[in-house]
Design a protein around this ligand. Structure first.
Ligand SMILES: [Fe+2]
Ligand SMILES: [Fe+2]
Length: 172
């Protein structure tokens, strides 16, 4: 929807940064789907399920931003999404990468919050608060699973148990 007369249009710098963030969220989805596929090939169905739910969630993040840009009278311009890695040595390696990736996403969100503040785009600043909270959850969940994987080491039965636990993740 185009913003009508009297509505504050999205700031153009913020619009650009949000368009780039849409790309990053789709890349996150791609990355986690690639990890899901790797878990499938390792026959760790619970881990694969967890990553697939995560990949879907990332698509929703991208679409949330898509909605905001449109609602504010901006224009969504989709960008090229890089191919994610497709091979990892272990579950631990994947979750560590997911955790580090989410730390980078948090940094990126924080930068856009600062930009929105500097440009006095209040609506975008408030919109982004949801993402600030979401990133706390994303970092904490990927870090927690990484820690568990570090603890269990080469213990196969413990890995199978964690696989069963992660398989219970609810689809939002
Ligand atoms: Fe995200
Ligand atoms: Fe989340």
């Amino acid at each position: 929807m185009r913003a009508g007369v009297g509505c504050e249009m999205i700031n153009s710098k913020v619009e650009g940064a949000l368009n780039d963030q849409i790309r990053k969220e789709f890349y996150s989805s791609y990355l986690y789907l690639s990890m899901a596929a790797q878990f499938e090939s390792m026959n760790l169905k619970g881990f694969a399920h967890w990553m697939q739910v995560q990949a879907n969630e990332e698509t929703k993040h991208a679409m949330k931003i898509y909605g905001h840009v449109n609602e504010r009278g901006g224009k969504v311009i989709l960008q090229q999404i890089d191919a994610p890695p497709f091979s990892w040595k272990s579950a631990k390696e994947m979750f560590l990468e997911a955790y580090r990736h989410e730390q980078k996403v948090t940094e990126s969100i924080n930068k856009i919050v600062e930009l929105a503040r500097a440009e006095k785009d209040n609506a975008s600043e408030i919109f982004l608060q949801w993402f600030v909270n979401e990133q706390v959850e994303e970092e904490s969940s990927t870090n927690e699973i990484t820690q568990k994987l570090q603890l269990l080491g080469d213990n196969a039965p413990a890995l199978i148990m964690l696989d069963a636990e992660l398989g219970k993740r609810q689809k939002p």
